[in-house]
Design a binder for this molecule. Structure first.
Ligand SMILES: Cc1cc2nc3c(=O)[nH]c(=O)nc-3n(C[C@H](O)[C@H](O)[C@H](O)COP(=O)(O)OP(=O)(O)OC[C@H]3O[C@@H](n4cnc5c(N)ncnc54)[C@H](O)[C@@H]3O)c2cc1C
Length: 330
């Protein structure tokens, strides 16, 4: 039996806490259902969640009994409640909304307390909660540690709840709650500074990579830094001028864009981003190279396998698959 708020709900065999609550029409937020986005957090009442359901959560969340409802499959009676949103979140206001191309919006959120994001490494992700209670994960595209001003690049998604709100209803001054940070896709300053870095992303997968590149350059990374950005067409690319300027001012950094269709020029070729990344990898000392992969989940999972098979050590592969909301139980 699953206790939640004032009710008790029978759990089916092997069912997750999240699926049980959804089956009984309980108002619990969720997105990926894969133990990645952390949007389905619940808090255990008088019981201990299993380790699998707390994997990747901050130590403070683990010690206060928080767990991901999608990863918790109880084999005895348990009781959970929704977490205290205010205690978990940092409040901020929208201070910037700018379309970067037809389908990508740059969202800038200023935390009310400028020190509140001091632990957010560039490239990690935050869970944003809008006034309707929709919660989604978005990677931070800048260094927000000092001023608490976080930049996000958000793609319009057909029938997508959060992105539809962002593109059609959000305004400057709107309040957003931010939970996190989470994720391990960021520059590790105390690792080998000579290591080549290969960063590959598609679509808004550029957001965390842009943050990581800037962080690596700011921290004086010595090895080559190669960024490959894939998109369906030149119109779907963004930040080209910024990336060209960065490449012009930092000899270690190179940028190339790969598009499925459209005109080619010096830094933009027609072709496949994964193939191009593998060709670049072949010219690097593979066992020393650190690889960052972000964006569309299928793209990231596939390329992760390929770079591993080419000899990149798994400890040197950092991934952020942008897993979208699951629409059925899994
Ligand atoms: C770690 C992480 C980092 C991320 N970072 C970014 C980022 O930096 N930028 C970014 O743009 N995205 C990012 N994402 C993805 C993001 O969290 C959202 O999944 C994405 O923006 C879509 O959210 P949405 O609310 O607009 O769409 P949702 O409402 O979640 O819908 C998602 C998909 O499901 C479909 N769908 C919804 N309901 C139904 C239904 N009833 N039946 C059938 N289909 C349905 C929609 O058409 C859509 O294709 C990240 C995800 C993760 C896990």
């Amino acid at each position: 039996m699953l206790g939640f708020q004032a009710g008790h709900y029978p759990l089916a065999d092997g069912e997750s806490v999240l699926d049980c609550l959804l089956r009984h029409q309980q108002p619990v937020p969720y997105s990926c259902k894969a133990g990645l986005c952390q949007s389905c957090l619940v808090q255990a009442v008088d019981c201990q969640p299993p380790a699998l359901a707390t994997r990747g959560l901050k130590a403070t969340l683990q010690s206060s009994g928080h767990a991901m409802a999608c990863q918790w499959h109880p084999d005895s009676d348990v009781c959970v409640r929704l977490p205290d949103n205010q205690a978990l979140s940092v409040q901020g206001h929208i201070v910037g909304l700018q379309q970067l191309n037809a389908v990508v919006m740059k969202l800038v959120v200023q935390a009310d307390d400028p020190t509140a994001l001091a632990e957010c490494h560039p490239g990690q992700y935050l869970n944003l909660v809008n006034s309707a209670g929709t919660i989604r994960s978005y990677s931070v595209a800048n260094d927000c540690r000092q001023h608490g001003r976080a930049e996000f690049h958000i793609a319009a998604t057909a029938q997508g709840l959060f992105s539809h709100w962002l593109f059609n209803a959000a305004s400057l001054g709107d309040v957003l709650q931010m939970r996190g940070p989470a994720g391990s896709c960021f520059y590790v300053a105390d690792a080998d500074q000579q290591q080549p870095l290969l960063l590959v992303g598609v679509g808004t997968g550029l957001a965390p990579l842009y943050a990581i590149v800037n962080d690596a350059l700011a921290q004086g990374h010595q090895g080559p830094i190669l960024l490959v950005h894939g998109a369906s067409s030149t119109a779907s690319l963004y930040y080209r001028a910024e990336l060209r300027a960065l490449a012009a001012s930092h000899s270690k950094f190179s940028y190339s864009a790969l598009v499925r269709a459209g005109a080619a020029d010096a830094d933009c070729q027609q072709g496949d981003a994964a193939e191009s990344a593998l060709a670049l990898l072949a010219a690097l000392p593979v066992a020393q190279t650190r690889v960052y992969l972000c964006g569309n989940a299928a793209f990231v999972h596939n390329l992760r396998k390929l770079v591993f098979m080419r000899g990149v050590r798994s400890a040197n592969i950092f991934c952020d698959p942008f897993v979208e909301r699951a629409t059925q139980s899994n």
